[in-house]
Design a protein around this ligand. Structure first.
Ligand code: C2E
Ligand code: MG
Ligand code: MG
Ligand code: MG
Length: 285
């Protein structure tokens, strides 16, 4: 009996392994076609100036409208796209799309906002990144100052020297560089000294327990103070409550983003937000 059960367990395990790798293979095949089939979508999450409550821009967030699977979040396919290198053409598409969308919003509303695009380490390593970025801006007739590129700490530590060169070239064009998920990567503080960076995005895990946990609250306050001292910009991500937003404003955090202020949304929904946000979203006390 025990033997039969064992065999049974093994069989179940075996089948699920096979299914997993078959799923992965199917996903990889589908991902190859996804751009050409027009299945990629960009959602936009609003970013606000903390002090004034004014809408300042959007973070572009990738989604995949996969047939039969609904809207697939990046957590389910970006790693695979990175492993296969597909993130390079997909990321280039996101850059072009986000810039074109910023152009459409400006033409429709007259508002000059900024868009932040996530870059994968693979894109940073590609030797045509600079021209990909320049062409995306040119095609949308946008100055470089309207684009921000987000990279994670882990992308930076992969290859500090050539990364520093690429970042310096991007900044020379006038593009702002933001360190995403700041504080949770495996990097040393030395890169704060060595790398050209314009702003930090504090990882949302720090804000999670603010203001409930005194230690997390102190740490977040210290990160804000550090950004002031280093004279770099600071964005808090994952703002989910009024209390958190008030805390950020009191401590002089520059910008904020999170479900409390606005979820990622379609370009059409974002345009409605632009029109509505002409009046500051957050009333001053
Ligand atoms: P990220 O760049 O750190 O983006 C922020 C993520 O946090 C987004 O998840 C966003 O929807 C989510 N978020 C925003 N506010 C809140 C909040 O108040 N509470 C909580 N719990 N979550 C919040 P999303 O859209 O699923 O993206 C996940 C990650 O996928 C991104 O993290 C980014 O690393 C990656 N990603 C997204 N788009 C792209 C892209 O175009 N290229 C690359 N290479 N990576 C991308
Ligand atoms: Mg990001
Ligand atoms: Mg982040
Ligand atoms: Mg993240």
């Amino acid at each position: 009996h025990a033997k039969a059960a064992g065999r049974n367990n093994f069989k179940l395990y075996d089948e699920s392994m096979t299914r997993d790798s078959a799923d992965r293979l199917r996903m990889e095949n589908d991902l190859h076609e996804a751009i050409d089939r027009g299945e990629m979508r960009v959602y936009y999450q609003p970013q606000f100036d903390c002090a004034s409550g004014v809408l300042v821009g959007a973070e572009a967030l990738l989604r995949w409208q996969r047939p039969g699977q609904g809207l697939v979040p990046p957590g389910e396919f970006v790693l695979l796209a990175e492993d296969t290198g597909l993130i390079v053409p997909i990321g280039a598409w996101v850059l072009r799309e986000a810039c074109m969308q910023l152009r459409r919003w400006e033409d429709a509303t007259g508002e000059r906002l900024r868009v932040a695009v996530n870059l994968s380490p693979r894109q940073l390593e590609a030797d045509d990144l600079l021209s990909t970025v320049s062409r995306a801006l040119e095609a949308a007739a946008l100055p470089a100052s309207r684009l921000e590129l987000e990279i994670t700490e882990n992308a930076i530590v992969r290859d500090t020297l050539s990364t520093a060169t690429v970042l310096a070239q991007l900044r020379a064009l006038g593009i702002a560089i933001a360190i995403d998920d700041f504080g949770v990567g495996y990097s040393s503080l030395a890169y704060l000294r060595d790398l050209p960076v314009d702003k930090f995005k504090i990882d949302r895990s720090f804000l999670n327990a603010v203001p409930g946990s005194p230690s997390d609250t102190r740490l977040t306050a210290a990160l804000i103070a550090m950004a002031h001292t280093l004279q770099v910009g600071l964005v808090a991500e994952g703002v989910e409550s009024r209390e958190q937003f008030d805390f950020l404003r009191e401590h002089g955090c520059h910008e904020a983003q999170g479900y409390y202020l606005g979820r990622p949304m379609t370009a059409e929904e974002f345009e409605a937000l632009i029109r509505q946000a002409r009046r500051p979203l957050v009333q001053q006390a």
